[in-house]
Write a protein that binds this ligand. Structure first.
Ligand code: ZN
Length: 77
């Protein structure tokens, strides 16, 4: 098995890891509701993509609320 001849100094590790930082997601504004959303994806706030409604956001929100209530009921009892 190949073994490194010398230990890697902390400065060299730092140089290598200088590129490991997280990059920003590059959010763009939704044309219909002006909230930040990923480009080429349906808007999570209003559920539209290229002017068409593709996700029923209100239905989704209702479902999430129902789920949360159910969970609270389970933990409470
Ligand atoms: Zn939107």
């Amino acid at each position: 098995m190949a073994v490194p001849k010398k230990r890697t100094p902390s400065s060299k590790k730092g140089m290598r890891r200088s590129h490991h930082g997280r990059k920003s997601m590059g959010l763009s504004l939704c044309p219909s509701c002006k909230s930040p959303a990923l480009s080429h994806k349906a808007c999570p706030t209003c559920g539209t993509y290229r002017g068409r409604t593709v996700i029923a956001v209100t239905k989704k929100a209702e479902k999430m609320e129902e789920k949360r209530k159910d969970k609270a009921r389970k933990t409470g009892a």
